[in-house]
Design a protein around this ligand. Structure first.
Ligand SMILES: *[C@@H]1O[C@H](CO)[C@@H](O)[C@H](O)[C@H]1NC(C)=O
Length: 339
């Protein structure tokens, strides 16, 4: 009687013990041994992003005459597709599915999200053994593996659409950005018309085509500031009020183009005072960080590029290659006039 009770108790504790052990082993194996498909090589992702941005650029080029015609006629024909939209979608399809077909598990956020685009997904995957022409330096970089679940790719298939219809092609870019845990790490800006592709990999290097830019202390007193050409009025005043009467304000289009101009020393500051979307910013953010510059809101906050984050940034944008804290310190007094 007594013996049997003890036996039952022992059996029960053995079972509980085994069950707990099983749980521990199960839990450990889930976290400790990632399979290959849970990881992505950032060096491969950089190559694919360059190829993808350039494929998108080819689509942008191929629709340019039609887009220009729409502009000159003032409006599209009843029932006809808008070629600007067509260019946007074709570029989206090229970029999105080039990446998706190469890395099926990748999270991608795009400005365009077309439904039922025939042939849209029909993009060849990238052969990751090949390196984009003119970017051979990538062959000398080291692999870096990260969890693919931590990666969000932001794409802008056609930045500066307005200027695209006006034939102001130098402003037009296609952009791909790789964020890890919300932090922009790799940015690719492709200019289809100029043409050229620029990239930066934060903590590593940039493409070879960036000029070196010397820090000039005196620029703080006479900065060249670039603002949006589509709504320059208020932000021009804000820039002069903030940075002083010797400020030169230039206008340009396309967030990609403007950030590139800060990265290459043409402008000291890019100031944006209205709401802007993250696909306009992410690639430039990674690039400006790669040259030790900074992009923040006008309140000094970094932008979070996580997959489920709000896509709109409403506090304005401040981009500099040098002296970010100085320019930022000039911001608070004028903040109330934003938006
Ligand atoms: C620098 O960038 C601006 C704006 O993107 C561009 O107009 C200019 O040609 C670039 N200059 C150099 C030297 O790369």
């Amino acid at each position: 009687m007594n013996f049997g009770g003890t036996l039952r108790f022992n059996k029960f504790s053995c079972f509980v013990l085994a069950f707990i052990l099983f749980l521990i082993i199960y839990w450990r194996s889930g976290g400790a041994s990632p399979t290959e498909s849970d990881l992505v090589n950032l060096r491969s992702l950089l190559k694919a992003s360059i190829y993808a941005a350039e494929r998108g650029g080819k689509k942008v080029l191929s629709f340019k005459d039609a887009a220009m015609n729409v502009k000159s006629k003032g409006k599209t024909l009843e029932g006809a597709n808008d070629p600007v939209t067509d260019a946007d979608i074709a570029s989206h399809c090229a970029i999105y599915y080039t990446l998706k077909n190469t890395f099926p598990k990748l999270s991608i956020v795009s400005e365009e999200a077309p439904k039922n685009q025939a042939g849209c997904s029909d993009q060849e995957a990238i052969d990751l053994a090949s390196t984009p022409p003119a970017h051979g330096v990538i062959d000398y970089m080291v692999d870096e593996l990260v969890y693919i679940k931590d990666v969000t790719v932001w794409i802008d298939p056609l930045d500066a659409t307005q200027e695209y219809t006006e034939g102001l092609y130098k402003y037009v870019t296609t952009m791909v950005c790789v964020a890890i845990k919300g932090i922009p790490i790799i940015g690719v800006v492709h200019q289809p018309f100029t043409p050229g592709t620029y990239w930066g990999w934060f903590t590593k290097r940039t493409s070879d085509n960036f000029p070196s830019v010397a820090h000039k202390e005196e620029n703080k007193n006479q900065p060249t500031v670039v603002v949006s050409r589509s709504h320059p009025g208020k932000v021009m005043e804000i820039a002069k009020e903030a940075f002083g009467p010797k400020t030169t304000v230039k206008t340009a289009a396309g967030a990609g183009y403007k950030v590139m101009g800060v990265a290459n020393g043409t402008y000291d500051v890019y100031l944006h005072a209205t709401a802007i979307k993250k696909w306009d910013l992410c690639a430039g953010d990674a690039i400006i960080k790669s040259v030790d510059g900074k992009m923040t809101t006008t309140k000094g906050e970094y932008i979070d590029y996580s997959t489920d984050s709000e896509v709109k940034v409403t506090d304005g944008i401040l981009v500099t290659r040098y002296d970010h804290d100085y320019y930022l310190s000039k911001m608070p007094s004028i903040l109330s006039s934003l938006n």
